[in-house]
Write a protein that binds this ligand. Sequence first.
Ligand code: SAH
Length: 295
Amino acid sequence: MATHKPVLIEEVLQYLHPQPNENFVDCTVGEAGHTLEILKKSQPGGKVLGIDLDEHQVTNSALFTKEFQKRVVLVHNSYANITDILNKKNFKPVHGILLDLGMSSWQLEKSSRGFTFSKNEQLDMRYDIENTLTAHMIVNEYSEKKIENILDEFGEEKFARKIASAIVRARKIKKIESTFELKSIIEHTIGGKSSHGRIHGATKTFQALRIVVNGELDNLKNFLPQAFQILEQGGRLVIISFHSLEDRIVKNFFKEQEKQNLVTLVTKKPVIASAVEMVENPRSRSAKLRAFIKI
Ligand code: SAH
């Protein structure tokens, strides 16, 4: 079975509302946690098209959805290309679209790509190993000013300048190869756990690097208008985001669509995980779900 606990699964099913024979797109299929439940609810004829930028996840999800393989189409690509992907696969009509942003458990725990500073790994952070940009390149090759801007813009890190300067000082002595090396530079500059209160001092830097390596905010911005276009009337869009930069983009797009009477917002405020889920699944702690129905 899947090792990945899908975040907010009850809420996703409530707002995506899969019915028998309806079709869905899971834009970040990951370990097929959500997709499996959607497949069960859309029996006997409903299909799911699952997309993932990480080829390994496409293999994972194929394994986990084996018993439903006649109703599953899996694609290694970016959800930012959703219109092209659906056209190529001639996948329509679409009754619901799910986007569960960020990383999966497998990527954090098993991919060895340096997504987390709680493991000592090479600084990589690519979802797609064909991508030419890595966190290693940003940290070792970008100018101090550019690193500062990245930490400021994509990490909202108030110590961006200090950290950028420490990174550049450290790399003059020796290339920064690993997550632990980067973490230690940050700890020596702004402290570890205590400096940001609840989160570790390196959290925002790691978030910023990951966003830039994978072009995450641009992907999201490109995706939103396409998702609206693709949906049938009455179709549902459900998005789970994991930090304020993502949630802001989603919230603003949803509000604009509502103003033009194109959608009904079904989540006035973002839905968050229950206290129980937060204990059981740490990934759910920062999750925010928003959903609309196309008019
Ligand atoms: N909902 C999934 C978990 C998703 S985790 C489950 O329940 O199993 C987020 C996934 O999004 C990761 O597998 C990651 O590789 C993928 N991803 C990140 N950016 C992407 C993009 N631009 N296009 C497609 N997939 C992406």
